[in-house]
Design a protein around this ligand. Sequence first.
Ligand code: NAI
Length: 676
Amino acid sequence: MDGLVCFEIRGDVAVITMNNPPVNALTTGVPQGVAEAVERACNDAAVRAIVVIGGGRTFAAGADINEFVRYAAGQGPWPVFHRWLNGIEDATKPVVMAIHGQAFGAGLELAMAGHYRVIATDAQVGQPEVKIGLIPGAAGTVRLPRLAGVRKAAEMCAFGEPLSAKSALDAGIVDRVVDGDLLESALAFARTASGPRRTRDLPITPDPTAIAELRTRCKKHLEAPLAAIEAIEKASALSFEDGCRAEAEIFRRLMQSDQCKSLIYAFFAERAVAKVPGIDKDTPIFPIREAGVIGAGTMGGGIAMALANAGLRVRLKDTEQAAVDRGLAAIRKNYERSVKSGRTTAEAVTERMSRITPQVNYAGFDSVDIIIEAVFESLTLKKQVFSEIDTIAKPDCILASNTSTLDLDEIAAVTTRPHMVIGTHFFSPANVMRLLEIVRGRETAKPVIATAMALAKSIKKVGVVVGNGFGFVGNRLVIPYMNEAQFLVEEGATPEQVDRVLTEFGMAMGPFAVADLSGLDVFWRIRQEKPRVPGARETLGLPKLYELGRYGQKTGAGWFHYGDDRKAKPDPEVVELVHRIACESGIAQRNITDAEILDRCIFALVNEGAKVLEECVASRAVDIDVIYLTGYGFPAHRGGPMFYADTVGLPHVLARVREFGWTPAALLEQLKPFHS
Ligand code: NAI
């Protein structure tokens, strides 16, 4: 037996411990090791029962996804679990699975191959495979409905949400919830357990009503949830063996699907961006314990919350008391909402609020470790603020700007320490959105970049390092995307058609709903600042709506109309207005297909993304993908704009880009996949 699994005998019970840190992922050797240890225990006359437990912090968090990936790429054997799990279930002595931490995915499938399960009060069980576009592949869809019933099993496999220990007990997945020492409780349980009780022998009752109901709850554009329900429906009508065969067939089908490949890519992509080219892991990191935030507006308030939530002390400065009071009131209101919704407790909020010191001067800014500036988007103002803080801050204090468009190098140039200046571009609402674009200036020092990445992680954000260029990466790409959406309306589409096509593709919101939420005034201002490209087509609708005071949700009308419920309603007046001004400008009106809408909007992102790569504003396609996945509601099952382009094929993307009359990025013309 190898080191992945340990075997010992405690009195008359064999204890088998999985030992594959950090989370006991079930790499091929682990289930095999457990099965062999179970066999050994069965052959030992001194043993009356068996306990299987996870070493370290968890039972088993799932299979090793890399093994599936290698298999799907034809580089490795299919990880066969059934044989080992069946071997465990066949044991002639009672096998008790002792669960702490998590029994997720293959971890739960292993646990269900045991005869009994005891679980620690704070542990969880679940079948989250659907989140990477798969279904359970080691008889989870066949054993789980035998324990929990078809409805519960289908719900767990289709939506992937975990169950608490108590819910797992209520569902019949585990036999006992135990407080205190898990191993001792499992040993006591094992000593009194009657003979083996095999999950596969339990009866299963089909439940067509539940199946039909759950199908209606699935998002239509996602394959895996419906496939999970299909597998469980089949399992409920077939023998155990045939159910396993049906599951395997569906699993293999999904494994080859674009959705699964995209979701697995998205899963690993966040880890990939954490490794920044040129910044090795020995780069020194400055400790960040206290921060100063300048500007207590929308962003400054959210940034202060994000920092305070992670335990940092924050000095929040604005120009006058009224502004600070407003900012603090907004923070309090925000926190109160999260208490009301049960996301946090009143005590936690009191503690977090106590970490934020509101002020109208720079008192204490000489000792903070980082200063994040979030004043109005004005270069003159930002330069003034940076020259002020440069004289106050301690020498190793990082000076960060939250600018969304301005030139970081120009800001850094007014200081005596451009190497300590960096961009930390948060997304609104800053306490919620996971993305943090970390803008590297011409002179930003490596330890400053490494520190910003570490800070992102500690405040639970996904830091992505980008270069200094108008709009950096996220907003740079969003401009052609939003423009294309508007051009389509000028040519005959409607905002609701465009938004429908993109939400059906999987975007969290359509471009017009986004514009109305962020404010058309904001987009209008960005347009004023953006350097003009001679001869480039300009949108016609935006300035007109801005002129009419239709700023979006905040004024009750923008591209859509908003009633008291703040739900978007189509506004025929807007459509008529835009079509009329388009006609006056000589733009012909025609019927626009959904396919054209999709390709023009998404390939606008791709073409601009390729330019951003060429210019080294983004260093890797994965950085662009993660920015879009975490900051712009791009669907994970498409992998991100650049991964999606590779999926549909660059020759097709290039052909469409030419058809639309755009200038293709040189990198796109090379037709070399962005991820190779
Ligand atoms: P805001 O208008 O809500 O807040 C700006 C605050 O800065 C105001 O409270 C103002 O009184 C204060 N301020 C102005 N001059 C100051 C000074 N000298 N010292 C201290 N405080 C001063 O603006 P918002 O939306 O929070 O934007 C701030 C920055 O964040 C801008 O650079 C903006 O481009 C950027 N940003 C905004 C996003 C958004 O969605 N609102 C998203 C990402 C970045």
